[in-house]
Design a protein around this ligand. Structure first.
Ligand code: PEP
Ligand code: MG
Length: 298
């Protein structure tokens, strides 16, 4: 029946003007999965793995990481699950590992992982082993230049080859990147090695207005970022028009019904949102026109 189809594919919704849109969820704590039915989502658009760590030593605990990634992949019942490599540094530092807590412009995300590849290799093995349990996609945080994707891809390939020696073949899952550094967004079509892109508007916004996302003294400026963010996303999507790579947005703007109309007009068709906002986002999208004529406000 059309009803049953609607239920099993309820991660897809249509705008009022009939444009198909996917809605996935962002997960930071695995207990969020307990109250969530995977058939109401298009999958997991972002797992923030750094929030699964309860102590710095967990960074090297491959078995614990494997168990967590396997659990979320099994929960998703073959829907895609985007697991982001540790986004450490910045505001999410274990000072003993990152060394420079609080710096949003320093060694964070993929920069930190490439400078401490032993961290990346443990996480890569846990992910490659878990991949057999679902539709895993791996995502890199804080990418600035294509060489960072190339270097991370090479390490993943090495670990996959090592795991495959004398055992089961381990393919490398699709490897994508967060688009959360303005230079990367402007140059998106140069990231040939990235299999997919996801806009991280929380960081993109703070870097565009040069106002730290965690500093209340500049919260007013931070709140003024959206028009610049829309313009950058639209330009960025034009740049990759011919690249045919999946594109989504997983920043908090995607969970805000007030932003969805503009994000649709930028060309975005896949939103990954906070689980508690899933229903509100879907109903907002159903009421919006993706191709409405531009108004002066847009
Ligand atoms: C973002 O920056 O928009 C994002 C989704 O990542 P995080 O909030 O974890 O930095
Ligand atoms: Mg971010």
């Amino acid at each position: 029946s059309p009803d049953a189809h609607h239920r099993s594919d309820a991660g897809k919704v249509e705008t009022a003007d009939g444009i198909p849109v996917q809605v996935s969820v962002n997960i930071s704590v695995l207990s969020e999965l307990d109250r969530l039915d995977p058939t109401t989502t298009a999958g997991v658009g972002l797992l923030r793995t750094e929030f699964l760590l309860s102590s710095p030593s967990d960074i090297f605990n491959e078995e614990e990481q494997f168990a967590a990634y396997r659990r979320i992949l099994e929960w998703a019942q073959q829907k895609p699950v985007v697991i982001r490599l540790f986004d450490l540094g910045g505001d999410k530092a274990f000072p003993t590992i990152a060394g420079e807590h609080g710096s949003f412009l320093g060694l964070r995300g993929v920069r930190l992982l490439l400078s401490k590849p032993e961290i990346l290799r443990v996480q890569a093995r846990a992910l490659l082993r878990a991949a057999a349990f679902g539709q895993l996609r791996i995502m890199l945080p804080m990418v600035t230049i294509p060489a960072e994707v190339d270097a991370a891809a090479a390490i993943l390939k090495e670990e996959a080859d090592l795991l495959s020696i004398g055992g089961k073949f381990h393919p490398v899952p699709p490897l994508g990147m967060m688009v959360e550094v303005p230079a990367a967004a402007l140059m998106l079509e140069t990231f040939y090695k990235a299999d997919f892109f996801s806009f991280g508007t929380n960081d993109l916004g703070q870097y565009l207005v040069a106002a730290a996302r965690d500093n209340p003294a500049v919260a007013g400026l931070h709140a003024e970022a959206p028009p610049a963010i829309y313009r950058l996303i639209a330009a960025s999507l034009k740049g990759i028009d011919s690249m045919s790579r999946p594109v989504s947005i997983c920043g908090d703007m995607a969970s805000d019904p007030a932003c969805l109309g503009s994000l649709l007009k930028c060309g975005l068709r896949h939103f990954s949102v906070t689980p508690s906002r899933l229903m509100a986002v879907k109903s907002a999208i159903r009421a919006l026109n993706a191709n409405a004529p531009q108004t002066a406000a847009d």
